[in-house]
Design a protein around this ligand. Sequence first.
Ligand SMILES: [Fe+2]
Length: 282
Amino acid sequence: MTTIENPTAAGSGTAATDKFKGAKFTAETTPERLSAIATEAFAGFSALIQKHAITYPEYRVLKQWLIDVGEGGEWPLLLDVFVEHDIEEVNSRQLEGTKGSIEGPYYVPGAPVLPARCTLPMRDEDRAHPALVLRGQVTDLRSNGLGGAVIELWHADDEGFYSQFAPHLPEWNLRGTVVTDSDGRYEITTIQPAPYQIPTDGPTGQFIEAAGWHPWRPAHLHLRVTFPDKQPIITQLYFAGGEWIDDDVASATKPELLLDPQLDEQGRKVVDYDFKLDPALY
Ligand SMILES: [Fe+2]
């Protein structure tokens, strides 16, 4: 039997930060817009300080904690858990297609390319769990199939661990880049992931514990669906009735994103889900 070593916050934080730092991001923000946003942000801090009469000890603890978040590589984790859901919501208001959700810190590009009907790379231990079959069609808003659309799927294993962030897992475990058939259809066999706690041994976890909150996310699949000249969908699919669905630490669940798999005669959990893509916005 394999001994499972929990990935540490430091390990997964460093990996998430290193992967993020590798890209060079830019944004077209004018000085006026930056000034307006920054002014309101500091006004918000000012109001909080006045309202709660923040003490000097609290202020020093905050400074130390912010330093720890950076040194622990946990900015991607902290921001994606507590902030990204609002960014996602304002950026998808004008879209009509499949609902998006947060990307989170565990996406890795370049997973093995797989055909429309495929099984994600997995270990024998993963294979011992009932198969989950996710199948459906990628279409435009008028339900025309988008042949050759790409579905990137990544998710945790039955113990809540992600490959490339948990050292005991093979590099591409439960990750794949699936190309739909000529009608945009796909059928992916994998396993159902478990709910997981975001890492609790680093500064984000210390904060959650100190505030008396919980660190759990409901079980979910992460997906990124792309097609030329269409707006990419980055989303997550959840399981109806699952634990933490109504109390996700990352506030990232939506009723439109719930799956309700049914057992087939082979004991597989089978569920259909179609993705509708909007025209590209930018
Ligand atoms: Fe996740």
